[in-house]
Structures are given as C-alpha cells and as structure tokens.
Write a protein that binds this ligand. Structure first.
Ligand code: FES
Length: 96
C-alpha cells in the first residue's frame, strides 16, 4: 500500500450512473454537467477543486446527486441549469 496527499482542497463526485430499470442521474444530464464542471475547474481553479465522475451515490430518485468533500455534503436534485450556482457554491467553499 502507498499513501499520497491529495493536491486539491475540494473533491466533488458527480454521479454519472445509468440504470436501465429505474430513474438515474445519467438520464438527467449528469455527464454534460460533469464535463462542464471539469472544464471550469481545470481552467479556473488552479487544481484546488477536483471533479470526479462517480458511480451511484444511493440517491437515484433525487439525482443528479453530487457528493462534496471535505464538507461531507450531498447536493441533490441538481439540474444542468444549476451549473452557475454550483460554481458559486464551490468558489465560496474554497474561500473557507
Ligand atoms: S444513479 Fe445517481 S445516485 Fe444512484
């Protein structure tokens, strides 16, 4: 086993899971939202925020679901249109 310190201050996990039998984040535009957030974080956040595509976070009917660390917070019912608001939340979180 090996240990390494994360370079980012904030880690965001956006559920991109797809279910064939029931509601899931994928069909609600999770991929598009993740791509936009990844691009923004890479271009404007100097590595301080890292966006990850994740598997199911156990809140399928309330997706798009996003887990935020180190705040240990779940954002639910996120829509693609919430992109700007998400950026503001993340910028505020960076300030502490
Ligand atoms: S499919 Fe996104 S939380 Fe389960």
């Amino acid at each position: 086993m090996k240990e390494e310190k994360l370079k980012s201050k904030i880690q965001i996990f956006v559920c991109n899971h797809k279910r064939d039998d029931s509601e899931s984040c994928s069909e609600k535009g999770a991929k598009e939202l993740t791509d936009k957030l990844k691009k923004w974080a890479k271009e404007e956040c100097k590595g301080e925020i890292k966006i990850y595509r994740s598997g199911c976070l156990g809140k399928c009917s309330e997706g798009i679901a996003i887990a935020c660390y180190p705040e240990k917070k779940l954002l639910l019912d996120v829509k693609q249109d919430d992109y700007k608001e998400l950026k503001d939340i993340l910028k505020d979180a960076l300030k502490g």
